[in-house]
Design a protein around this ligand. Sequence first.
Ligand code: FEO
Ligand code: CA
Ligand code: CA
Ligand code: CA
Length: 655
Amino acid sequence: MDENTTRLRASELEDSGDAGNNPTANLTMGEIIAARFNRRDLLRGSLAVAAISATLGQRALAANEQPAKKGLSPSFDFKEIEAGVDQTHHVAEGYDAQILLRWGDPLFPDTPEFDPASQTAEKQRRQFGYNSDFVGYIPIDGSSDHGLLVVNHEYTNEELMFPGVGVQDAKDINFSKMTKDLVDIEMAAHGGAVVEIRRRDGRWEVVRDSKYTRRITAETPMDITGPAAGHDRMKTAADPSGRKVGGMINNCAGGVTPWGTWLSCEENFNGYFWGKVADDHPEAKNYKRYGLGSPAYAWGRFHDRFDLAKEPNEPNRFGWVVEIDPFDPNFVPKKRTALGRTKHEGAAGITNQDGRYVIYLGDDERFDYVYKFVTAGKVDPQNRAANFGLLDEGTLYVAKYNADGSGQWLPLVQGKGPLTEANGFKSQADVLVETRRAADLVGATKMDRPEDIEANPQTGRVYVMLTNNTRRKEEQVDAANPRANNAFGHIVEMVPQGGDHAATAFAWEVLVKCGDPSVASVGATFSSETTKNGWFGMPDNCAIDSQGRLWISTDGNNAKATGRADGLWALETEGEMRGTSRHFFRVPVGAEMCGPFFTPNDETLFLAVQHPGEAEEGTPATFETPATRWPDFKDGMPPRPSVLVVTKQGGGKIA
Ligand code: FEO
Ligand code: CA
Ligand code: CA
Ligand code: CA
């Protein structure tokens, strides 16, 4: 069968549309390191040896099946699960994984029970949404047993949600199976949720009559704040102020701030817009750089604002980081434009030594960039309200990785360097609306799809998940970053100069190149203590627990090719065990692993199972014939993306 007719449009979007929209001649990480090793090669005569010894801060290069050697002390002691794939989830022995919230679960006392055969947008607005990605836990009164769960609902799979729709033919550009009612359900299933949860007698439960419960959708009224607010490029027929927008879309990962707000990140917003602007339209270059023009959804057929022919400025109002106060259900979410407009993966941050807040940001596209935002003001731990404007003022930087293991954060500030009026940047609003083009001009380093980035508060080191990049070519290959056709991704560790996250200098090295270390041609670099179950590919979301340990969830393991599903792995970053990975949890067939997030006491781990039952390439899966009916396993009930809570049997930390 024609591949185009069987691949899901939404999945292609998640996989970054195969676009690779960066047209610049900026050096890729591979090119930089190739340059570095070309010089060294003259001296050493061996690219491979030079590259490996110079760039891998770890012990060994091959996997085996041996347990940890005597004398080495791993920081994790759970017994790892077996890698594999089947219709359900698996967690390490001695732990419970409880399904807490499923797509369609009623969130309010008056919400009817979920019935996929009689779903409506009105019901969906009161139910848990689809495809949860980021999960954050915000304690109430500092508790690890009572708090607010904030969850992103990234996107929808119409073929699995709705009876009779089936896998739509990609050539059917009008999405003829979709109706306005179905589109409106999809819009209501996007966005996010705030849910109060409590642990009683060891079991977590949802508080159904909570005053905090909230569903945010693709239509929830939001404010646009920061330097781009009110700019002409943000104005539409429905919003002549350029300061009000309906909803958020494709919210992937995110973050939780120390002042207890939720940062939710709009990622592949491009896939929702129909139509085109003319080649000489002022936004033509902008929209090309963000990959508009191949809609994955039918929304533009029923809602004019998602059609460029009718509303050419609407895409400029998406692609932002949204800040939400989960403690106030009437809070108007704020799109914080100072943090730039990209395909934002996440927004995890850290309070810097001087009190400023620093947020690390990945732009998930092949050959796109790593960013950070440094607030102008300082976090005020005594006055919560004083922190609500913090994200509107500060400096956005993009990362440049030098060949010698040093790096610079390059400021994206109008008037500085090439960010001039002559280059189309008349104001900081222009720089932010076209963040990617600004970053192109200052000479940022092209990366292999930057996903989640997290700073370890105990060591100050920063971990960058680079999920994969199968477009990287042989001549761009080196040992420190990418491989050609980098199918499994890698992780870069960054060390801010002097432990100062606001500093513009940093050092970096590759922590691990992912994939199966027993296949030499893959070139993976897990430590030799890593078992055949312990390696992973396609790092995506990550979390650092309160003991400073790194946990990584994956997206994209093709079970047909590798025999393993996505899941959660724990990765040693310190000492002799550095580079050793261990398998903790795996998802059912077709799914991607999201979350992860720990309570402050490390006793509860929140995970999300996204798009369970989705087809693997070439195998249609539909509402009628899903690849699994997880987690209900009932006839007529499709698979349901869900959030799980993992706890240790008998209590205690997840270790
Ligand atoms: Fe939605 Fe970059 O993953
Ligand atoms: Ca996702
Ligand atoms: Ca992701
Ligand atoms: Ca991903």
